[in-house]
Design a protein around this ligand. Structure first.
Ligand SMILES: *Cc1c(COP(=O)(O)O)cnc(C)c1O
Length: 358
């Protein structure tokens, strides 16, 4: 008889990344169109002469750098090969078969994938106007609930929850349920009522905040993320992580990227100026564009012949514009478009104008 994987593993639908662009513009993975900090590139070069040496398994210097940058306790920080790996560790440390996680309807897909690996069930709670519905999420809590995942801002919707609402979610959760605040796009948000959740992660025994170097820092290829939370949660994650989970070049680049606040600021400013240009221009074509505080936006297309999201995707592709179909999120009428460089964004606007006018 052939080796047999676990049944819950065979239920997993593997994550499908954004299409790569052989030519044209890749606007399918929310990458930083400005690249990354030149300091990060220089830092990696210093590591090239030591590729035979194992990395620092505890990512100690990087955790120190994070601690200094954010004014938080380094002992309560853990680094991962992307925040994806942190979610994997969470599932390994906190989820057993029969357990439940809660996420909002259009929440980031990776939460469900890691839950499935542990045989846990994902309860997906309907959203209101593409924003997480706190009352409905709280109503979904059972004695099997172990983790509530909230991406804030959320991908693929681009929407965010005001901090009051996040507080209300936390206040309504039992103390033994872990609230994971995924703040992958926090640096882009310019709203007075937004918070990444850093203070909550500092002050409560059941709140963990995750961050990534993949977006504002432009280091997606290196796979680097981190989490900050209660000592007991961080301790559990450290027990299940691989001994050398973050490679040495990623650690060097991360430390350098944190120092280059000017690059991060430039990235956020550029993104937000381009979003301010993109959103009204695409709305002008008659399409529904959801408000976004991330480095991407979600567009809803009509269901009428020739004007569907599928048709639009093909049309954009014919113009060399690779965007993300979000069918896997249950949004078959929508496309998610990352903010690119100016010329790419202008081409997106022109293409959607032509598509709608045709
Ligand atoms: C991009 C993204 C991440 C980052 O994942 P990494 O593994 O760190 O690259 C996390 N959460 C959300 C919601 C994202 O969109």
């Amino acid at each position: 008889m052939a080796p047999k994987p676990l049944p819950n593993v065979l239920e997993i639908k593997p994550y499908v990344p954004g299409l790569a662009a052989e030519s044209g513009y890749k606007l399918s993975s929310n990458e930083n169109p400005l690249g990354c900090s030149s300091l990060a590139v220089e830092a990696i070069k210093t590591g090239l002469s030591q590729l035979e040496i194992y990395p620092d398994g505890g990512s100690n210097l990087l955790r120190e750098a994070i601690s200094e940058r954010y004014g938080i306790d380094a002992d309560r920080v853990i680094c991962g090969a992307g925040s994806d790996e942190i979610f994997q560790m969470l599932a390994r440390a906190f989820l057993a078969p029969g357990d439940e996680i809660i996420q909002s309807e259009y929440g980031f897909l990776v939460y469900k994938l890691v839950a499935q690996q542990s045989g846990a069930k994902t309860i997906s709670v309907p959203e209101k106007d593409l924003v997480a519905d706190i009352d409905a999420m709280l109503a979904a809590v059972t004695d099997k609930t172990r983790i509530v995942f909230l991406a804030n801002p959320n991908n693929p919707t681009g929407t965010y929850l005001p901090f009051d609402e996040v507080r209300r979610l936390h206040a309504g959760l039992p103390e033994d349920v872990l609230l994971v605040l995924d703040a992958a796009y926090a640096e882009y948000v310019q709203k007075n009522d937004y918070s990444s959740g850093l203070e909550m992660a500092a002050n409560y025994d059941n709140v963990l905040m995750t961050r990534t170097f993949s977006k504002i820092h432009g280091l997606a290829s290196l796979r680097l993320g981190w989490a900050f939370g209660p000592a007991a949660v961080i301790d559990a994650l450290n027990r299940v992580r691989g001994p050398f989970n973050v490679n040495a070049l990623a650690q060097l680049a991360g430390i350098a990227a944190l120092k280059d606040e000017a690059f991060a600021q430039k990235s956020a400013d550029f993104n937000n100026a381009e979003l301010d240009r993109l959103l009204p221009a695409v709305r002008e074509t008659g399409l529904t564009v959801y408000p976004s505080v991330g480095n991407f936006f979600l567009v809803r297309f009509p269901q009428s012949d020739g004007k569907t999201a599928e048709a639009a995707n093909a049309f954009l592709q014919s113009r060399g514009l690779i965007v993300r179909n979000v069918m896997a999120y249950g949004l078959p009428d929508c496309l998610r478009i990352s903010v690119g460089l100016e010329d790419a964004n202008t081409k997106v606007i022109e293409a959607l104008q032509d598509f709608m006018a045709a």
